[in-house]
Design a binder for this molecule. Structure first.
Ligand SMILES: [Zn+2]
Length: 103
């Protein structure tokens, strides 16, 4: 089974950002956590640093459980289940179970 990857478009299935969409920024398969652009923003206190000389409060994405996001099919325009399919040249791709679109 092919999994969610960096830069995938996903929709959030649970929590305060339920229904929102974003792009996968990074993920940890070992921990089962995923960071999605603009989702689950948390405020953090930052000490002044070289890149952030003022210090203060910064907003940052918090991680979500991978099981709480679903891959978005652009064709179906919603979160979908997918299957892995072998292409004619032997590559594994993820295809939408509804429309067959390669995700
Ligand atoms: Zn689809």
């Amino acid at each position: 089974m092919l999994e969610i990857k960096k830069n995938d478009a996903v929709v959030v299935l649970a929590g305060k950002d339920k229904g929102k969409r974003g792009k996968v920024l990074s993920l940890s398969r070992e921990k089962g956590r995923v960071f999605v652009e603009g989702i689950n923003k948390i405020k953090k206190h930052a000490k002044p640093s070289k890149s952030f000389p003022e210090g203060g409060i910064i907003e940052k994405e918090g991680s979500l459980s991978i099981s709480n996001v679903m891959l978005v099919c652009q064709h179906c325009d919603k979160g979908v289940r997918y299957r892995s399919t072998m292409t004619e040249d032997g590559r594994k791709v993820r295809t939408c179970v509804h429309c067959g679109n390669v995700l």
